[in-house]
Design a binder for this molecule. Sequence first.
Ligand code: ZN
Length: 138
Amino acid sequence: MTVTCVRCARSFAPSEVDIVGTGYRCQSCSVAAQLAAAHGVADVGDNLDLATRQSLATRARWQIAGGLLGTAALFAPAVLATLTMGLGGWTAVLALIAFYAMTLTLGQLGDGLDKWRRYGHVPALPTATVRLLRAKSS
Ligand SMILES: [Zn+2]
């Protein structure tokens, strides 16, 4: 019995592979994934199927939109109130609360961007593996 690597699609004995979310991954592909992870590229493509990654990317886009909308909705009134009424009394308190809340909405925006980058742009095969297969076949 052999199993197929989810990255390079070659066949291996079950004792020579790692188990990942979408199936089996051979040792050389696992080492490549670990090297990529050390350089900040997560191996989500091996562990999450395309539909899951697409739904996570969609959710991240909504999070980005919410972060942008929330920041804009807080920033405009805070700045307008400060400009029209000056920084005194309740205006200063409300502006401080709005600017504090903006750190949360900006955090949501940044987190959404990070997730969208991670899940939205994962190729089916890593570039290094594709190059290795081309070099061997020609
Ligand atoms: Zn492999």
